[in-house]
Design a protein. Structure first.
Length: 242
Protein backbone atom coordinates (compact mmCIF):
# COMPACT_ATOMS: atom_id res chain seq x y z
CA UNK A 1 0.00 0.00 0.00
CA UNK A 2 1.27 3.50 -0.84
CA UNK A 3 2.69 5.53 2.04
CA UNK A 4 0.30 8.30 0.96
CA UNK A 5 -2.86 6.21 1.27
CA UNK A 6 -1.56 4.55 4.44
CA UNK A 7 -0.93 7.86 6.20
CA UNK A 8 -1.58 8.13 9.92
CA UNK A 9 -3.72 11.20 9.18
CA UNK A 10 -6.16 9.15 7.12
CA UNK A 11 -7.12 6.93 10.07
CA UNK A 12 -8.69 7.57 13.49
CA UNK A 13 -6.14 7.98 16.32
CA UNK A 14 -5.20 4.73 18.03
CA UNK A 15 -5.96 4.22 21.71
CA UNK A 16 -5.44 1.48 24.32
CA UNK A 17 -7.55 -1.62 23.72
CA UNK A 18 -10.73 -2.47 25.59
CA UNK A 19 -10.56 -1.61 29.26
CA UNK A 20 -6.81 -1.02 29.34
CA UNK A 21 -6.05 2.12 31.29
CA UNK A 22 -3.81 4.49 29.31
CA UNK A 23 -0.52 5.29 30.99
CA UNK A 24 0.82 7.46 28.18
CA UNK A 25 -0.55 9.93 25.68
CA UNK A 26 0.33 10.13 22.01
CA UNK A 27 1.73 13.60 22.69
CA UNK A 28 4.15 12.20 25.28
CA UNK A 29 5.29 9.52 22.88
CA UNK A 30 5.87 12.00 20.04
CA UNK A 31 7.83 14.40 22.25
CA UNK A 32 10.08 11.59 23.46
CA UNK A 33 10.58 10.42 19.88
CA UNK A 34 11.65 13.91 18.82
CA UNK A 35 14.22 14.00 21.62
CA UNK A 36 15.78 10.81 20.25
CA UNK A 37 15.55 12.03 16.65
CA UNK A 38 17.23 15.35 17.50
CA UNK A 39 20.08 13.55 19.23
CA UNK A 40 20.62 10.59 16.91
CA UNK A 41 18.52 10.98 13.75
CA UNK A 42 16.12 8.44 12.32
CA UNK A 43 18.65 5.60 12.62
CA UNK A 44 18.62 5.99 16.39
CA UNK A 45 14.85 5.72 16.73
CA UNK A 46 13.14 2.40 17.32
CA UNK A 47 9.97 1.43 19.14
CA UNK A 48 12.01 -0.56 21.65
CA UNK A 49 14.36 2.36 22.30
CA UNK A 50 11.43 4.72 22.67
CA UNK A 51 9.68 2.36 25.06
CA UNK A 52 12.78 2.21 27.24
CA UNK A 53 13.00 5.99 27.34
CA UNK A 54 9.38 6.25 28.41
CA UNK A 55 9.60 3.39 30.88
CA UNK A 56 7.07 1.39 28.89
CA UNK A 57 7.25 -1.77 26.82
CA UNK A 58 7.45 -1.45 23.05
CA UNK A 59 4.24 -3.46 22.82
CA UNK A 60 2.28 -0.82 24.71
CA UNK A 61 3.46 1.85 22.27
CA UNK A 62 1.77 -0.01 19.44
CA UNK A 63 -1.56 0.83 21.08
CA UNK A 64 -0.90 4.42 20.06
CA UNK A 65 1.20 4.16 16.89
CA UNK A 66 1.31 1.29 14.42
CA UNK A 67 4.98 1.51 13.46
CA UNK A 68 8.01 3.78 13.17
CA UNK A 69 6.89 5.43 9.92
CA UNK A 70 3.64 6.47 11.56
CA UNK A 71 5.61 7.88 14.48
CA UNK A 72 7.77 9.91 12.07
CA UNK A 73 4.64 11.40 10.49
CA UNK A 74 3.46 12.53 13.90
CA UNK A 75 6.89 13.93 14.74
CA UNK A 76 7.12 15.93 11.52
CA UNK A 77 3.76 17.55 12.21
CA UNK A 78 4.99 18.46 15.68
CA UNK A 79 7.92 20.24 14.03
CA UNK A 80 5.47 22.14 11.83
CA UNK A 81 3.81 23.28 15.03
CA UNK A 82 6.92 25.36 15.77
CA UNK A 83 6.41 27.46 12.62
CA UNK A 84 4.48 30.66 13.22
CA UNK A 85 2.47 32.20 10.39
CA UNK A 86 0.90 35.63 11.02
CA UNK A 87 -2.79 36.09 10.47
CA UNK A 88 -4.06 38.30 7.66
CA UNK A 89 -4.30 41.86 8.90
CA UNK A 90 -1.53 41.53 11.47
CA UNK A 91 1.14 42.59 8.97
CA UNK A 92 1.82 42.94 5.25
CA UNK A 93 1.80 39.84 3.03
CA UNK A 94 5.51 40.25 2.39
CA UNK A 95 6.41 40.25 6.08
CA UNK A 96 4.00 37.38 6.68
CA UNK A 97 5.63 35.31 3.94
CA UNK A 98 9.07 36.18 5.31
CA UNK A 99 8.08 35.07 8.82
CA UNK A 100 6.75 31.80 7.41
CA UNK A 101 9.85 31.02 5.37
CA UNK A 102 12.25 32.05 8.14
CA UNK A 103 10.34 30.00 10.71
CA UNK A 104 10.32 26.92 8.50
CA UNK A 105 14.06 27.09 7.96
CA UNK A 106 14.72 27.57 11.68
CA UNK A 107 12.51 24.59 12.62
CA UNK A 108 14.26 22.33 10.11
CA UNK A 109 17.69 23.43 11.31
CA UNK A 110 16.65 22.55 14.88
CA UNK A 111 15.34 19.17 13.70
CA UNK A 112 17.49 18.21 10.66
CA UNK A 113 16.15 14.63 10.61
CA UNK A 114 12.83 16.06 9.40
CA UNK A 115 14.43 17.13 6.10
CA UNK A 116 14.57 13.53 4.93
CA UNK A 117 10.89 12.99 5.72
CA UNK A 118 9.46 15.83 3.65
CA UNK A 119 7.60 14.79 0.53
CA UNK A 120 7.49 11.09 1.34
CA UNK A 121 4.10 11.29 3.06
CA UNK A 122 1.17 13.72 2.92
CA UNK A 123 1.31 16.64 5.33
CA UNK A 124 -2.25 16.48 6.64
CA UNK A 125 -1.69 16.84 10.37
CA UNK A 126 -3.29 19.65 12.38
CA UNK A 127 -0.16 21.78 12.51
CA UNK A 128 0.54 21.38 8.80
CA UNK A 129 -3.06 22.27 7.98
CA UNK A 130 -2.98 25.33 10.25
CA UNK A 131 0.21 26.50 8.60
CA UNK A 132 -1.24 25.86 5.14
CA UNK A 133 -4.50 27.62 5.95
CA UNK A 134 -2.77 30.79 7.10
CA UNK A 135 -0.37 30.68 4.16
CA UNK A 136 -3.29 30.53 1.73
CA UNK A 137 -4.94 33.46 3.51
CA UNK A 138 -1.80 35.61 3.35
CA UNK A 139 -1.12 34.90 -0.31
CA UNK A 140 -4.72 35.38 -1.39
CA UNK A 141 -4.83 38.70 0.45
CA UNK A 142 -1.73 39.71 -1.53
CA UNK A 143 -3.53 38.99 -4.81
CA UNK A 144 -2.48 35.47 -5.75
CA UNK A 145 -5.28 33.31 -7.13
CA UNK A 146 -5.88 29.61 -7.70
CA UNK A 147 -2.71 27.63 -8.37
CA UNK A 148 -0.67 30.84 -8.11
CA UNK A 149 -1.03 30.39 -4.34
CA UNK A 150 0.50 26.91 -4.57
CA UNK A 151 3.34 28.07 -6.81
CA UNK A 152 4.24 31.04 -4.61
CA UNK A 153 4.10 28.89 -1.46
CA UNK A 154 6.28 26.24 -3.11
CA UNK A 155 8.92 28.85 -3.91
CA UNK A 156 9.06 29.93 -0.27
CA UNK A 157 9.12 26.37 1.08
CA UNK A 158 11.76 25.25 -1.42
CA UNK A 159 14.01 28.10 -0.38
CA UNK A 160 13.53 27.32 3.32
CA UNK A 161 14.20 23.60 2.81
CA UNK A 162 17.24 24.21 0.60
CA UNK A 163 18.75 26.69 3.03
CA UNK A 164 18.11 24.40 6.00
CA UNK A 165 19.73 21.49 4.13
CA UNK A 166 22.90 23.49 3.46
CA UNK A 167 23.08 24.80 7.03
CA UNK A 168 22.52 21.36 8.55
CA UNK A 169 25.09 19.75 6.27
CA UNK A 170 27.71 22.31 7.27
CA UNK A 171 26.91 21.78 10.94
CA UNK A 172 27.30 18.02 10.50
CA UNK A 173 30.69 18.44 8.82
CA UNK A 174 31.87 20.72 11.63
CA UNK A 175 30.63 18.32 14.31
CA UNK A 176 32.21 15.27 12.71
CA UNK A 177 35.54 17.04 12.17
CA UNK A 178 35.62 18.57 15.63
CA UNK A 179 36.54 21.94 14.11
CA UNK A 180 34.61 25.19 13.72
CA UNK A 181 33.63 26.09 10.16
CA UNK A 182 36.16 28.93 10.11
CA UNK A 183 39.04 26.56 10.84
CA UNK A 184 37.80 24.13 8.21
CA UNK A 185 37.73 26.89 5.63
CA UNK A 186 41.26 27.97 6.56
CA UNK A 187 42.46 24.41 6.08
CA UNK A 188 41.17 24.24 2.49
CA UNK A 189 42.20 27.75 1.38
CA UNK A 190 45.61 26.64 0.04
CA UNK A 191 43.94 23.85 -1.96
CA UNK A 192 41.34 26.23 -3.40
CA UNK A 193 44.05 28.62 -4.50
CA UNK A 194 45.98 25.80 -6.16
CA UNK A 195 42.95 24.30 -7.91
CA UNK A 196 41.61 27.66 -9.08
CA UNK A 197 44.71 28.40 -11.17
CA UNK A 198 43.07 26.61 -14.08
CA UNK A 199 39.79 28.47 -13.56
CA UNK A 200 40.46 32.20 -13.98
CA UNK A 201 36.93 33.46 -13.32
CA UNK A 202 36.64 31.52 -10.09
CA UNK A 203 40.19 32.52 -9.07
CA UNK A 204 39.47 36.23 -9.58
CA UNK A 205 36.15 36.02 -7.72
CA UNK A 206 37.65 34.04 -4.84
CA UNK A 207 40.49 36.54 -4.48
CA UNK A 208 37.89 39.30 -4.14
CA UNK A 209 35.68 37.65 -1.55
CA UNK A 210 37.78 35.15 0.40
CA UNK A 211 38.97 37.63 3.00
CA UNK A 212 35.40 38.73 3.79
CA UNK A 213 33.84 35.26 4.05
CA UNK A 214 32.53 34.55 7.56
CA UNK A 215 31.51 30.89 7.64
CA UNK A 216 29.31 31.32 10.73
CA UNK A 217 27.29 34.06 9.01
CA UNK A 218 27.32 33.16 5.32
CA UNK A 219 24.40 30.72 5.50
CA UNK A 220 22.19 33.25 7.24
CA UNK A 221 23.21 35.97 4.77
CA UNK A 222 22.61 33.68 1.81
CA UNK A 223 19.19 32.68 3.08
CA UNK A 224 18.15 36.27 3.67
CA UNK A 225 19.45 37.42 0.26
CA UNK A 226 17.55 34.63 -1.52
CA UNK A 227 14.35 35.24 0.43
CA UNK A 228 14.40 38.96 -0.31
CA UNK A 229 14.92 38.32 -4.03
CA UNK A 230 12.06 35.80 -4.12
CA UNK A 231 9.76 38.32 -2.43
CA UNK A 232 10.98 41.07 -4.79
CA UNK A 233 10.12 38.89 -7.77
CA UNK A 234 6.69 37.90 -6.46
CA UNK A 235 5.88 41.50 -5.58
CA UNK A 236 6.92 42.71 -9.03
CA UNK A 237 4.90 39.96 -10.71
CA UNK A 238 1.79 40.92 -8.74
CA UNK A 239 2.18 44.56 -9.80
CA UNK A 240 2.92 43.97 -13.49
CA UNK A 241 0.94 40.88 -14.53
CA UNK A 242 -1.84 41.46 -17.09
Amino acid sequence: MSSFTNSVWLRPPRSPRGGDKPTLSREQIVRAAIEILDAEGTAGLSMRRLGTRLGAGATSLYWYVAHKDELLELAVDEVFGEVYVPEVGDTSWRIGASVLCTGMRAALVRHPWALGQLGSRPNLGPNAMRMGDRTVAILEAAGFRGLEVSHASAMLMSHAIGAATATSAAATVATESGQPLGELLDSVRPHLEEISRDHPNYRRWWAEVSSSVKPDEIFEEGFRFGLDRILDGLDLWLKTRP
